[in-house]
Design a protein around this ligand. Sequence first.
Ligand SMILES: Cc1ncc(COP(=O)(O)O)c(C=O)c1O
Length: 332
Amino acid sequence: MGKVNHSIAELVGKTPLLELVNYEKKHNLAAKILVKLEYFNPNQSVKDRIALAMIEDAEKKGLLKPGYTVVETTSGNTGIGLAAIVASKGYKFRVYIQDNVSKERFQVIKAFGGKVIKLSDEPAIAKVLKETNGDFVAAIKVLREEILAKEENIYFVDQVSNPANPGVHEVTTGPEIWEDTEGNVDIFVANVGTGGTISGTGKYLKQKNPDIQIVAIQPGVNSLPSETNPEPEEITGVHAFEGVPVERIPATMNLDIYDEKYEVETIEAYTAAREVAKTDGILIGTSSGAAIYAATQLAKRTENKGKTIVAILPDTGLRYLSTNLFNEEYLG
Ligand SMILES: Cc1ncc(COP(=O)(O)O)c(C=O)c1O
């Protein structure tokens, strides 16, 4: 009947592209910046795409059946997207989280009926975290091989090795950008966390036009943990992919996909996110600010005059009201 949807699954994707007309004018940019607003997804982030795709892929392969519990290890956007999709499909959801995760994040997962367990509350994981000085990859290995392997009726999603993660961007995000711009795209900019967005979208766009430049954002040196600065203010959900041991790079990141790596500091991401809220009325998260900052610097290059830059904005600024991006200290 008419335009009634019957599941949040039907609301995932087909997000709009917006040209930052006022922002471009303010900066005298001679290139267009088009942003893809992923906060239009039903749970306000790009991760709704992979949450739905990974669940439906597991159903199709017979790995996930009625009565099963879905397990993941993030309370970030993927955890939130999964908690909602899993609730709507009638499965149970359990997430293992790092101890320092902000309260709002796991409150949302609990609101969707999910169970939240701190990694340090599992003795085997607490032990390996202590022995490896907090190696998350080692902790996941113990979770998979020593804890989940003993349980039945479990499906471990594992977004960092699940091919449905980049896969869904190849079949949805990429084609949406291509169709909405009618193929008029010269540069594509995206952050790298699991690498799913850039690897899948980049693959599709390069197949359509190999001349499209793919730019991958890496946090700047002052925004990455180091010996002198072990706890810097980071860009949530975004990680380094150059200059890190290869075993720490997710299998979902295709290192051959990008033409250029662009470094953005957290403070630069804040500046851009705060600015577009005022110029164009969009409230976005830190990684979205990083994408706009990088797109702006690319737009200023003489060789990019007249070009069209598309940047993915992963999530909503509403998820950052308690962080330094939009906290009361900044807002005054
Ligand atoms: C807020 C945010 N931005 C960007 C990304 C990066 O996306 P991807 O994992 O597809 O590389 C993530 C991933 O966790 C994220 O949570």
